[in-house]
Design a protein around this ligand. Structure first.
Ligand code: ADP
Ligand code: ASP
Ligand code: MG
Length: 428
């Protein structure tokens, strides 16, 4: 059997009918090959589905929000000339009925409800893309990723159970390629051992594609983006960025961990473990070379900037002026883990300990509530973490100018500092 290549298309590449046609034309360029295509939800569907979940307790309002999603998808189906595809229409209708039922399911947690509803976005997009490819005559199979990717039951952040997932890819996905050349499935979603739908965390579709790549021993994986490849910074936030032609897995994991949103940070490990090359290419200029992420690359990197918003600094000190000792730190780290708080930077002195963390939902508040009997805490929110790898002094000075630095650290040739969130226009 020819080896399989894995493609991942994100929401921006599928945001309307003409973009879907563009994705179809990219896939059709690779007709001679065996392709596994992983898709995200179309455009801003995930955000819109989150609005449905927020109104879970008010069904009328939730259905109103859901109708926005429905009308968007029906318009795309119409614009793609698929309105007469009864099988597609019936599948789409069933998916919306599933949400209706989920809205009636009582007594579950917010995170559980979230996954049952938000996951439908990827099922919708993959059904529509499959129908369009079929209409164009492709030999294609649609696969429900929930039959393959098995996770634990941490809803909204499922951890992959690798053993079962690998078995499923070997027994349920590989054989499909004996029948067809193209398999379309969903990013972002999985299922527990009890068959409840889970999601892998926001922006998790890249990670799904890497899981499939690992299990299939893919020849390579490509993520198709609205940028020419991995750049030296986010072009939406920084001027004068340039494309990196080659980067190592290590460079990619470091920059994405600290906020370079172009690749989900969990994507790299499964690929590195099997030495599978990752390409980041433009869906706008698919003929471009993009960026190749692979094992060690012999290159002098330019400065690379990653900016992570929605940061908080939690400053913790003892109540009685005693040292922050090992047993305190041990307790604090247990509580961080329990509250699923990711620490990006930390600093300690004799009687205080400060961390910069991702400020997600109400986790920081829940954490400080939990420890307030034993420690004094101060929380500063709406901060940004700026990380500069391979930094040059001038660039760092430029980026710091006019900003109040809340926390700063230097390790090797990386420097990081936390500042107040900066309006777009005031950046360098
Ligand atoms: P998707 O449609 O796959 O979800 P995203 O919008 O999440 O794609 O990711 C692409 C965006 O990532 C780009 O438009 C760009 O603004 C942003 N980005 C952040 N850091 C970088 C970087 N270092 N290189 C390229 N793009 C970056
Ligand atoms: N649709 C999901 C999100 O928007 C997953 C992804 O796009 O990667 O977060
Ligand atoms: Mg995205």
């Amino acid at each position: 059997m020819n080896s399989i290549r894995v493609f991942k298309f994100g929401g921006a590449s599928l945001r309307d009918a003409s973009q879907v046609e563009n994705v179809v034309s990219i896939i059709e360029r690779y007709k001679e090959q065996k392709l596994m295509v992983i898709v995200s939800a179309m455009g801003k569907t995930t955000n819109q589905m989150e609005e449905v979940v927020k109104h879970f307790d008010n069904k009328t309002k939730a259905l109103e929000k859901l109708d926005i999603v429905k009308q968007n998808h029906l318009a795309i189906i119409r614009d793609l000339g698929l309105s007469k595809d009864d099988s597609l229409l019936s599948d789409i209708n069933d998916l919306f009925v599933e949400i209706d039922w989920a809205l009636d399911e009582p007594g579950q947690t917010y995170d559980y409800n979230y996954d049952q509803i938000v996951s439908i976005g990827e099922l919708l997009s993959s059904k529509i893309l499959t129908a369009k490819l079929k209409q164009n005559g492709a030999s294609i199979s649609w696969l429900d990723a929930r039959d393959v990717i098995i996770t634990n039951d941490i809803y909204r952040e499922g951890w992959v159970e690798w053993k079962r997932t690998k078995e499923n890819i070997a027994t349920k996905v590989k054989p499909l390629f004996n029948e067809v050349d193209l398999v379309v499935s969903q990013g972002f979603i999985g299922s527990t051992n009890e068959n409840n739908t889970t999601t892998l965390g926001r922006e998790g579709s890249d990670y799904s594609a890497a899981i499939f790549s690992y299990g299939l021993d893919a020849e390579d994986m490509t993520i198709w983006k609205d940028v020419p490849g991995v750049l030296t910074g986010d072009p939406r936030k920084i001027r004068n960025v340039s494309k990196l032609d080659n980067i190592s897995y290590r460079e990619a994991i470091e920059m994405t961990y600290y906020g370079a949103k172009v690749i989900h940070p969990k994507t790299i490990k499964p690929l590195q473990n099997k030495n599978i090359s990752l390409y980041v290419k433009s869906f706008i200029h698919p003929e471009g070379e993009g960026t190749l992420v692979s094992s060690e690359v012999d290159t002098q990197y330019p400065p690379i900037v990653a900016i992570e918003s929605e940061q908080a600094i939690i400053s913790i000190s003892t109540l009685d002026f005693s040292f922050v000792a090992e047993h305190h730190l041990s307790y604090l780290f247990q509580e961080f883990a329990k509250h699923r708080i990711q620490i990006n930077m930390m600093q300690n002195s004799a009687i205080s300990f400060s961390v910069c963390v991702n400020d997600i939902d109400d986790r920081v508040i829940a954490f400080t509530e939990q420890i307030k009997g034993s420690f004094k805490t101060k929380v500063e929110r709406n901060l940004e973490l700026i990380s500069i790898r391979h930094y040059q002094k001038d660039l760092v000075e430029n980026m710091k100018r006019g900003k109040i630095i809340k926390l700063e650290e230097r390790k090797g040739d990386m420097t990081q500092f936390v500042v107040e969130d900066i309006p777009q226009m005031e950046r360098i």
